[in-house]
Design a protein around this ligand. Structure first.
Ligand code: PMP
Length: 427
């Protein structure tokens, strides 16, 4: 295989014909593969079936978990999540089966009522804005888009969002009300914010007194290597600067036990806790404490969580390796037509193809039975200005399927790049 960027028209045309033959073989396989969403595979969920054996409903305090009460969560569940977050139990709110719903609820509270520091509810801020590190998580962006925020892209780096840009924007503009962050093994690049980024997040001056950091620790224990990466805890760091009310941390067991039937949590200051409990108490009497108790009995503590995640890791490593091996064997020899991330945790690999090709790659894959997350979906308004990024989720399919999907994906990348190069040469 030769470098596509050095090929002339005839060579590219011959290579395209070869690739078309390969593509046809995949077409004939009538594939139905999906590397779109970050979902655990059935084998991973099987690992948590023991949870259903935990049918005890008497809490450590002797109360009955079947009944109403404890809006902020069962004490033992708060202790478990405090251990995972690295904060105090009184700073933890344990909710229902979705952290995304908690994020939505908090944006809604800001919109309808504001926070204690708010000059007015966010709904009354005409040109309200939210910072979105890109590429990022489409469902985060969708929440703030739904509530009428203008989504401002901030470029990601391997150390987190570009903090020079973040600091400048938030210092100047009091209509910027917050930022979305996935600080550990970010969705989709798999980057972990550096200690310096976390410190700057805690201490930056914000023009808005009610600026909030939505710090989504969705992948806090989702290590893909033996290295257990731990970073400073934003809530604790922010106390050094008196900014703890700007921090809302989130996590859930969606990718530890069962997505959709797990337990979610918030970590925030004690002041914020009082405020959100007051608001939430109008919405709900208490969350599913039987499920909270089952999770505590099953996972026990952070050590138990990490031991459980090690079982996930054994299944996930081969799937991630299969994608990266295909990329380096098939794409690297073609020259600088694509690059990709090498995450140490989380659920995704970012593939960056030659600008102007991502949509075409996704389309070629789809026509051949491989669904990817729509090109551009990791950017506000689904618009990747470079049309370069594709988010690859290797967790759900079986290893065989991941291997087939990766091979097909490489053929589609090469085809899309050649089409683009040929089109450029024709101009
Ligand atoms: N945050 C991030 C960054 C995610 O990737 C996901 C799931 N893909 C979620 C939140 C959703 O979490 P939950 O199931 O707790 O709502």
């Amino acid at each position: 295989m030769a470098n596509y960027l050095e090929m002339n028209r005839e060579e590219l045309t011959a290579e395209k014909a070869k690739l078309n033959e390969q593509y046809k073989k995949f077409l004939a396989m009538n594939l139905k593969l999906n590397m779109a969403r970050g979902k655990p595979g059935p084998h991973q969920m099987d690992l948590a079936m023991g949870l259903l054996q935990m049918n005890d409903y008497t809490t450590d305090a002797g109360t009955d978990a079947r009944n109403y009460g404890d809006l902020e969560g069962l004490h033992e569940a708060r202790v478990l999540f405090a251990d995972v977050f690295g904060v105090k139990p009184e700073e933890v709110f344990v909710g229902g089966n979705s952290s995304l719903q908690l994020m939505y609820n908090l944006i809604n509270i800001g919109y309808v009522f504001g926070f204690p520091e708010s000059p007015c509810p966010w709904s009354q801020v005409e040109k309200r804005k939210f910072l979105c590190p890109v590429p990022g998580y489409d469902r985060h962006f969708a929440i703030t888009e739904e509530y009428g925020f203008e989504l401002i892209s901030v470029p990601m780096t391997p150390n987190g969002p570009d903090m020079d840009i973040v600091e400048k924007l938030v210092a100047e503009d009091d209509t910027i009300k917050g930022i979305w962050c996935v600080p550990q093994y970010s969705n989709p690049d798999g980057y972990t914010y550096s200690d310096e980024t976390i410190d700057r997040m805690a201490k930056m001056k914000t023009a808005a007194p009610d600026f909030k950091i939505f710090w989504d620790e969705a992948y806090i224990v989702h290590h893909l290597t033996e290295e257990i990466i731990e970073t400073p805890v934003l809530l604790n760091e922010s106390k050094k600067y008196g900014t703890e009310n700007r921090v809302f941390m989130f996590t859930s067991t969606s990718k530890i036990t069962f997505p959709g039937a797990g337990v979610s949590a918030i970590a925030c200051s004690v002041d914020s806790m009082k405020y959100i409990c007051k608001r939430f108490s109008v919405m709900i009497i208490s969350y599913d404490k039987m499920n909270q108790l089952r999770h505590v009995r099953f996972l026990k503590n952070k050590e138990g969580v990490l031991a459980h995640m090690a079982k996930h890791r054994r299944r996930l490593i081969p799937c991630f390796d299969a994608v990266k091996t295909a990329f380096s064997e098939e794409l690297t020899p073609c020259g600088d037509i694509a690059h990709w991330t090498n995450p140490k945790g989380g659920y995704f690999i970012s593939l960056y193809v030659m600008p102007g090709c991502a949509k075409r790659v996704a389309q070629l894959c789809k026509e051949c039975g491989l669904t990817l997350t729509g090109a551009g979906s990791a950017y506000p308004y689904h618009k990747d200005p470079q049309d370069s990024h594709l988010r690859i989720a290797p967790t759900y399919p079986s290893l065989d399927e991941v291997e087939t999907a990766s091979d097909l994906l490489c053929v589609c990348v090469k085809l899309a790049v050649i089409e683009k190069l040929l089109a450029e040469k024709a101009e």
